[in-house]
Design a protein around this ligand. Structure first.
Ligand code: PLP
Length: 504
């Protein structure tokens, strides 16, 4: 038997199923070239004897490898490593051409949008989902910085613990516990923004060819991170109370995903929040089908109904949820600060990914944030932001309820910054976007949030950066433009059929 078989071991304390442990270790060996094209895997019986397991467990692991075309089974001869697949994985070329096309299309859409947006002080900006700088608590943060500089002197500028400044980890642990999340400081990893958190999870836990499930629609930055790992990304439709459970289970059964990426509160872009029942079902599914969940909590503080909102992490009885918190939306995006709460099984991998990315997040800023949090300034700022956003939210809700043309729908979110509008399918969203831009009004076109088959009739309006006094004129202008598009884009036959019916 080959020597490398001794590298395949089982961890009895892991929550990962045994067949998955075998499958992942073999896959890693194939990817790094530890087993090469044409190598024969030990027979099922040999592998089972080596690991002291029953043969069914090994068969399940080999089946998964076969389904990914990492091995081929030859009747009567054995199971062999399939080099073509390995080459594709190493070069990041998925074998599915159609998938590559949709990735290209997705990237082009993101790029063309980034190029066209020019924001001036007069722009009615429904596009940006981060607060405008006039809402940043500059004075309080300056005070925190000065306190840190006086106190820590040069220590604030040395390399920091890659896992994060310990007192900051303690402060955010306490913050998370107010949202019902029980954790220890060792479970917390400080990151340079939530985007880095997503990227580290992709880097540390997702291998080329792994399946990642996401919501449809979803946050483009996360899709980019998963694509960068040559993952197979599959989207599952959202319903008004969260992800479509039956379709999620079907996809989990068929694709055996490594990860599910979700935003259960005030989802970006739709604003949808999951019911607690749905969250619990998802946790059950993660255990049943053995996948991790990446919960992107970019905004839970901004609830206009009840506080605290429920998070998946607070329901995580199987230790499968990686929780990501951003400080961008309710604080200052340019600080590039966030944190992860990580299941023990994943800590080392994510820490290694962090170290190889940027060694550690800025020590000065971590220390200043900790000082800011414990000084009570965080709560004060939260009150200011919530008060300001509540005014914008209520007015926006009222304007949209009263002024949108017939056939344009939205669901009032229970919090957050985004309103998701669905127009009749025949509306050309691109033309609407361009005519709004000509009048200095911008929004985020819906197609940016779709992995494939973009729905051009959707758009996201954010209240984060638009001024309160611009809302009324902004929605009036947008509704007028939608009405125009409805007249121009609705096919003639549709119009005719409405008028002809009574006559014919
Ligand atoms: C859903 C979501 N997650 C993560 C991020 C990235 O946040 P950060 O600025 O903390 O990197 C964003 C930014 O817009 C976002 O909308």
């Amino acid at each position: 038997m080959a020597n490398w078989i001794n590298q395949i071991t089982l961890n009895d304390h892991s929550t990962e199923h045994r067949y998955m442990q075998i499958y992942r270790q073999l896959k890693e060996l194939i990817i790094v070239g530890g087993i090469v094209h044409g190598d024969r895997l030990p027979s099922v019986r040999q592998m089972a004897a080596h690991l002291n397991l029953n043969t069914v467990t090994v068969v399940k692991a080999y089946d998964l490898l076969e389904r990914e075309k990492l091995v081929v089974k030859r009747t009567g001869s054995g199971t062999y490593v399939n080099d073509g697949k390995r080459t594709a994985l190493l070069t990041g070329i998925a074998e599915d051409e159609w998938d590559q096309e949709s990735i290209q299309l997705f990237r082009q859409q993101q790029q063309s949008f980034q190029r066209t947006v020019v924001i001036t002080p007069d722009t009615i900006n429904f596009a940006s989902a981060t607060p405008s700088p006039d809402l940043f608590p500059v004075d309080d943060f300056k005070q925190a910085l000065l306190t840190v500089l006086d106190r820590d002197q040069g220590y604030a500028f040395g390399y920091q613990d890659p896992q994060g400044y310990q007192p900051l980890r303690e402060a955010v642990r306490q913050q998370a516990s107010l949202a019902g999340i029980r954790s220890e400081t060792d479970d917390i990893l400080v990151v340079s923004g939530a985007q880095q958190g997503i990227d580290l999870v992709a880097k540390g836990l997702v291998y080329p060819g792994d399946t990642v499930l996401i919501e449809r629609p979803s946050y483009g930055g996360a899709m980019q991170a998963f694509f960068s790992r040559s993952a197979r990304v599959t989207d599952i439709p959202l319903e008004s109370d969260g992800i479509h459970l039956e379709l999620l289970e079907k996809a989990a059964k068929e694709t055996r995903p490594q990860l599910l990426y979700v935003m259960p509160n005030f989802q970006n872009p739709t604003g949808i929040s999951y019911t607690r029942e749905k969250m619990e079902q998802i946790i059950m599914l993660s255990e049943k089908y053995d996948f991790m969940i990446l919960e992107d909590d970019y905004l839970n503080e901004l609830s206009f109904h009840h506080q605290p909102v429920t998070t998946l992490k607070s329901l995580d009885r199987y230790d499968r949820v990686i929780y990501i918190k951003s400080f961008s939306k309710m604080f200052m995006p340019g600080l590039r600060l966030g944190y992860l709460i990580v299941p023990r099984t994943a800590t080392q991998k994510l820490l290694a990914a962090k170290q190889s990315s940027d060694i550690s997040t800025s020590g000065l800023l971590q220390r200043a944030l900790e000082q800011y949090l414990i000084s009570g300034a965080w709560e004060r700022n939260l009150d200011v932001l919530t008060g300001e956003y509540r005014k914008r939210f209520d007015l926006m809700n009222q304007l949209l309820s009263n002024q949108l043309p017939e056939g344009v729908h939205f669901q009032t979110p229970t919090g957050g910054l985004n309103f998701w509008l669905q127009m009749p399918r025949e509306i050309n969203g691109q033309m609407l976007y361009e005519s709004a831009l000509e009048r200095n009004l911008v929004f985020a076109p819906g197609r940016l949030f779709f992995l494939r088959d973009p729905e051009d009739n959707c758009l996201r309006l954010s209240i984060a950066a638009v001024k309160l006094q611009q809302l009324t004129s902004g929605i009036r202008l947008l509704s007028g433009l939608m009405n125009l598009r409805l007249r121009l884009d609705r096919p003639m036959k549709d119009v005719l059929s409405r008028y002809q019916d009574p006559i014919l």
